[in-house]
Write a protein that binds this ligand. Structure first.
Ligand code: SF4
Length: 325
């Protein structure tokens, strides 16, 4: 690990003043410290933001508000989250390990870096780590990599589970920087890799995530996060889906659907949502509406199974939520 300055400001203004080119904010540290040890990241200054007032989990007429410094385990255990938005709790509890969930912040979760192994290996080319150096995953071991939203420069999947649920729920992320505060839709916050995979999101230099808001959606109480992975704990998704269904008897009135483990960012499946509305909740319906999902996927030699696995994951989630009526 390279030497760095350390500071722990007590105010948002102080934190913004401490940030400069080459500095990094520290919350839970579960990604940052890892990458500093590997020297994938080498900030000259670490700005500890844990004294900032970005906490709280509240519900009001605007929806569910979650402070950026709330820990994953606390959000997962919150009763309002568990009952009103089960897919959020489930996505959090299916992430990482209990120890990591106790440390990792919600803001940090949204900003976590890819788990592509080549990104963490300084001996291999990686356009995300060293722009212009190439992409070792294209000809390497690419079983975990993305099939949607990829480019010739990068095929890394977005690693967050809870971001998939939040994108399905139209969550908004609140940001604060030297030029003031702003709010953006989480779905628009993440960028596709294109030719600049090192630019992963819309965060401006020095800007902080202060919190996020999930708009009211009463029928999100019928929601599910289903994650398919190689082992049942402490593993990233091969595929995952966040699904909410609004049912009137056996008729589907509304649906929210997003996928993880397959895209370079959390992947909303709006066409599936539209196709479900007005249909009867039966396995035949589910099979029909997912038939064309990921038909434009660009697979790699080791992940050709992902589009079919994604469709099966979707059907299983829909059967679990909507039943076999
Ligand atoms: Fe780097 Fe992206 Fe290629 Fe992985 S997939 S080696 S993160 S450029």
């Amino acid at each position: 690990m390279r030497p760095y300055d350390f500071t722990r400001p007590g105010s948002v203004r102080g934190a913004l003043a401490e940030a400069h080119a080459g500095s990094a904010y520290l919350a839970g540290g579960t990604t940052l410290v890892d990458l500093m040890k590997l020297e994938v990241l080498a900030p000259s200054r670490v700005v500890d933001i844990n004294r900032l007032p970005f906490d709280g989990i509240t519900v009001d007429s605007d929806g569910l508000h979650i402070g950026a410094l709330e820990r994953m385990s606390d959000v997962a255990a919150d009763q309002a989250v568990r009952t009103g938005f089960p897919m959020i709790s489930q996505a959090l509890e299916l992430s990482a390990s209990p120890q990591l969930r106790n440390m990792a912040s919600m803001g940090g979760n949204l900003l976590q870096r890819t788990r592509c192994s080549y990104f963490r290996d300084l001996t291999t080319p990686c356009n995300k780590r060293t722009p212009g150096s190439g992409c070792a995953a294209l000809t390497g071991h690419n079983r975990m990599h993305a099939v949607l939203g990829t480019s010739e420069a990068c095929v890394a999947t977005h690693p967050s589970d809870v971001a998939v649920a939040l994108v399905a729920l139209d969550a908004r992320v609140h940001l604060e920087g030297r030029d003031g505060d702003r709010t953006v839709a989480l779905a628009d916050f993440y960028r596709l890799p294109g030719q600049t995979p090192q630019v992963e999101n819309d965060l401006r230099p020095g800007e902080l995530i202060t919190g996020l808001t999930v708009p009211p959606l009463p029928w999100a109480s019928r929601s599910l996060y289903l994650k398919i992975r190689d082992r049942q704990s402490y593993e990233f998704a091969l595929t995952s889906v966040a699904v909410a269904l609004d049912l009137d008897g056996a008729r589907i009135r509304g649906a929210r659907v997003a996928a993880g483990g397959v895209g370079t960012r959390p992947w909303r499946l709006g066409a599936v949502e539209q196709a479900l509305v007005g249909r009867t909740a039966t396995p035949d319906t589910y099979e029909a509406v997912v038939a064309s999902v990921a038909e434009d996927a660009r697979t790699l030699p080791h992940n050709v199974f992902k589009p079919a696995l994604l469709r099966r994951t979707l059907v299983r989630a829909l059967v679990t939520l909507g039943g076999r009526s």
